[in-house]
Design a protein around this ligand. Structure first.
Ligand code: AKG
Ligand code: FE2
Length: 373
């Protein structure tokens, strides 16, 4: 007998919930650092401006006058990325920044690189086992009163980049909460309370999160908010991931049994596509150059690892047809076309070009974007 869509939905949800909670690499981690760096900005080899923490002040604060000076005279307006372009739009983002090439980050009483390396090791262990992670300093950001950054996802500039690391430095400010929209994993109130407590006691606070998780910075109400932004890259080092505990946990065994039942019952199906496939929609975003098993993130990675042992897993783009009453229907987009569709999603293309590529997938009543599968 064929597996009903209701049962399939229930079993898949339970298995994904289990993987997320028990097996999937974490989508974000955070922590604190006692070491506080100085920022020394250089242009043409001469020191231009420095932001040094004053350890005599409570909370190792950076001086408000220095921050204002760098903000007003030495930092550029922050642009943001739209597809492959960057633009400045105060409605979306207001902050100032100093690019990595113009600033050295050093700590007086220790090596700042060691702090960043330690974070990379924690990211390896908790967010992407089997990979080597390295950090690339990207920019220093300064927010003054009413500066903010609306909800966005970070642009993945190359295929190794997968996580963003932000380090909040101990300056005095109010407002400016950082929020991540990742379902239940991120508790915004708790995170921002912990951040305030860390900064007030003179520590840095850091957060590393998968770059495609939507996030925002609420308007700063007073003072200056100082942030170091890094891109984290990863490179696969281990082919064999950790051995899976056996027997399988019930929700995972249920998924395996349900899939076997599906493939058995559809073997004789005249509709070949239906007979050979069971579709899982990926949870995360992937760029044209990051489609495949080596680039999976979070629950997507854990699910692929589970299924690969027992089934033939492939990555294909499908066009999803949704109607109110029936289960969704899918049609395969061939590989060449799929690359084009992915490109349209990440490159800066005109509406006409987009329409020309996507038109064949739109049905008459609803205009839909094909999703990754
Ligand atoms: O300032 C922050 O906390 C976030 C900055 C950010 O999201 C970005 O630069 O993409
Ligand atoms: Fe961001």
């Amino acid at each position: 007998m064929q597996v009903s869509p209701e049962k399939a939905g229930r079993v898949v949800d339970a298995a994904l919930g289990y993987l997320k909670q028990h097996e999937a690499p974490r989508p974000l981690i955070s922590g604190t650092s006692d070491l506080v760096p100085s920022l020394i900005s250089r242009r043409n080899a001469s020191v231009q401006r420095s932001l040094r923490p004053n350890f005599k002040l409570r909370g190792a604060g950076f001086s408000a006058a220095d921050l204002q000076n760098v903000y007003g005279r030495h930092a550029n307006e922050s642009p943001f990325g739209v597809k492959d372009k960057t633009i400045v739009d105060p409605d979306v983002r207001i902050s100032r920044e100093v690019p990595a090439e113009q600033v050295n980050v050093n700590a007086q009483s220790g090596r700042w690189e060691n702090v960043v390396d330690g974070i990379c090791r924690a990211v390896e262990e908790e967010m992407t086992p089997g990979y080597r992670v390295t950090a690339e300093f990207y920019k220093a950001l300064i927010y003054a009163q009413s500066d903010h950054f609306r909800i966005h996802r970070d642009t993945q500039r190359n295929k190794e980049m997968f996580t963003s690391l932000l380090v909040f430095l101990p300056t005095e400010y109010s407002g400016g909460d950082f929020l991540l929209y990742d379902g239940d994993e991120f508790d915004g109130e708790r995170f921002n309370n912990e951040t305030r407590a860390a900064l007030e006691s003179g520590q840095c606070r850091w957060v590393a999160f998968l770059a495609d998780i939507p996030h925002r910075v609420m308007p700063v109400e007073s003072g200056h908010r100082l942030v170091l932004a890094y891109n984290l890259r990863r490179e696969r080092v281990a082919v064999e991931p950790k051995a899976r505990p056996s027997p399988l946990a019930t929700p995972l065994q249920d998924l395996v049994d349900m899939l076997k039942e599906h493939f058995q019952s559809t073997q004789e199906d005249k509709d070949k596509l239906r007979a050979r496939r069971f579709v899982f929609q990926l949870e995360h975003y992937y760029t044209p150059s990051t489609v495949g098993p080596d680039f999976l993130k979070g629950t997507d990675a854990a699910l692929c690892y589970l299924l690969t042992e027992l089934f033939n897993v492939s990555f294909e783009m499908l066009n999803e047809g949704i109607s109110y009453d029936d289960p969704a229907s899918y049609s395969l987009i061939d590989n060449e076309k799929a690359m084009e569709v992915l490109r349209i999603g990440t490159a800066n293309v005109t509406d006409e070009e987009k329409k020309a590529t996507l038109k064949e997938f739109w049905d008459d009543e609803f205009l839909k974007q094909p999703g990754n599968t």
